[in-house]
Design a protein around this ligand. Structure first.
Ligand code: TRP
Length: 450
């Protein structure tokens, strides 16, 4: 086996992990969930989860990776023979996410081309988004282009180049997000929206809020799918694991909060409270063009913005696909090219229904959901909580939290939240995860209403 390559220094590790973490999860998924689940209360719950459970799980995964220096499947097996299956469930997650991630990536691509062609004002029309995603040829074409681009980058092995470019574009994207948010505050009506976004309304709190926030946290921080184990296995022994974990978490959360700041208050301005209730996965694509349409140089700003989002989406789709491809290469002993082509076919099989489920196939439902919603649900609300649950059991009750704490603090770091860490991994998280899984199962089969 060739020597494991490693990141140069702590900052290199943080930048690489944050680059993988920041993507459509922050820019597309977080804002629409925040709008849907009561604004401030969702954010409040999200931040608490991130500081406690997110912190504990990320520390655990990075530590497992760095300690074992193995890929997820082998790492779980090494910690305890009976937990090898966990690696396989974890490995399925990116395979479920990739197809629909590329569908959304296609939407971003579509909006980018519309704005570059100077048709940004058309995109601000009320029915533009619905007509686009409801179609057949157009969304499928953009999905195909996005997916093929991702596959080609993987086959040609030019990820490094893309990552270099995105290191420049990412900060630009963040600056633009801040700029657009500031602009929105100058539009009359923004105050109400801001209040909705920031002030928690505890009457809107329910178990559903926790479920949604927890799934989002897994997705956004690339947790519970083996990814952070892989990244941890490349991390140098000298770097401070606790510091890196904090930095990745804080960075990822700030980008999500900023994206929400740009999208959620704008809903108030353009469609009022009713807009929030009807808001769904298309939120960002519906509101932002309306914001750009009001701006003096909106067409150019919109074009630039969607180019930057496309890059963020692409760097994430590359790492998601890479995770699946490298596993297939390992397990089936196939070449990189063959594995990538297999994954491409798989992504087409699941991606086509995910796209058509918004239009011609809208009447086909899986457990009451269209295909895209179903795959999103399956990964974020079923598989990831399962992986997280078994990871907590493995670490808390089989190998012991001391092993992980030892790995995380082996350079003399203090794990500031050490007791919290142990309590979360052993008790709080497993109980919460079981409650959520049971609740979801009962709700999906219509046994309880929510
Ligand atoms: N965290 C990424 C985002 O917020 C999405 C993602 C999910 C991901 N799984 C991944 C990224 C695996 C890299 C690798 O968009």
């Amino acid at each position: 086996m060739k020597e494991r390559s490693s990141f140069t220094g702590g900052m290199g590790f943080v930048i690489a992990s944050a680059g993988s973490a920041v993507g459509l999860g922050n820019l597309w998924r977080f804002p629409y969930l925040a709008a849907q689940y009561g604004g401030g209360i969702f954010i409040f719950v999200y931040i608490i989860l991130a500081l406690t459970f997110g912190f504990a799980l990320m520390t655990t995964e990075i530590a497992i990776g760095r300690k074992t220096k193995l890929s997820p499947i082998a790492a779980y097996k090494t910690l305890d023979k009976r937990f090898g299956f966990l690696g396989y469930i974890a490995a399925i997650v990116p395979a479920v996410i990739l197809p629909y991630y590329c569908v959304i990536g296609g939407w971003v691509l579509k909006y980018m081309t519309v704005f570059i062609a100077g048709d940004g004002t058309a995109a601000a029309g009320d029915s533009f988004f619905g007509e686009f995603v409801g179609g057949t040829a157009s969304p499928l074409t953009f999905f195909a282009v996005f997916l093929i681009a991702t596959t080609l980058i993987i086959i040609l092995g030019v990820e490094k180049g893309i990552e270099k470019v995105s290191k420049i574009l990412m900060p630009l994207l963040i600056l633009m997000t801040i700029g657009i948010s500031i602009y929105i505050f100058t539009i009359p009506g923004a105050g109400e929206g801001l209040k909705y976004y920031l002030l928690p309304d505890f009457s809107k709190f329910s178990l559903k809020t926790i479920c949604a926030a927890m799934g989002q946290m897994f997705f956004s921080m690339s947790l519970a799918m083996g990814i952070m184990i892989t990244y941890g296995s490349y991390a140098k022994d000298e770097i401070s694991l606790t510091k890196s974990t904090n930095q990745i978490e804080i960075f990822d959360t700030i980008v999500a909060l900023l994206a929400g700041l740009m999208v959620v208050p704008a809903v108030y301005i353009f469609s009022g409270e009713a807009g929030l209730e009807s808001s769904g996965a298309g939120l960002m694509f519906i509101t932002l063009p309306k914001v750009f349409a009001q701006m003096a140089a909106g067409k150019i700003i919109g074009a630039l913005f969607f180019i930057l989002v496309l890059f963020a989406a692409l760097t994430s789709s590359i790492s998601i696909m890479e995770a699946v491809v490298s596993m297939i290469m390992d397990k089936l002993k196939l070449s990189r090219k063959m594995s990538a082509l297999l994954v491409l076919v798989w992504a087409v099989i699941l991606g086509v229904p995910s796209s058509l489920g918004n239009g011609p196939w809208a009447s086909i439902k899986l457990l009451g959901m269209d295909f895209l919603t179903f795959f999103d649900f399956l990964s974020n609300s079923v598989l990831m909580p399962l992986v997280a649950l078994f990871t907590c059991i493995l670490v808390g009750w089989v190998v012991g939290t001391d092993t992980i704490v030892g790995e995380a603090t082996k350079n003399g770091e203090r794990l500031g939240r050490k007791t919290l860490y142990e309590v979360i991994i052993k008790y709080i998280a497993p109980v919460l995860l079981v409650v959520i899984l049971v609740f979801y199962t009962l709700a999906q089969f219509g046994i309880i209403k929510y």
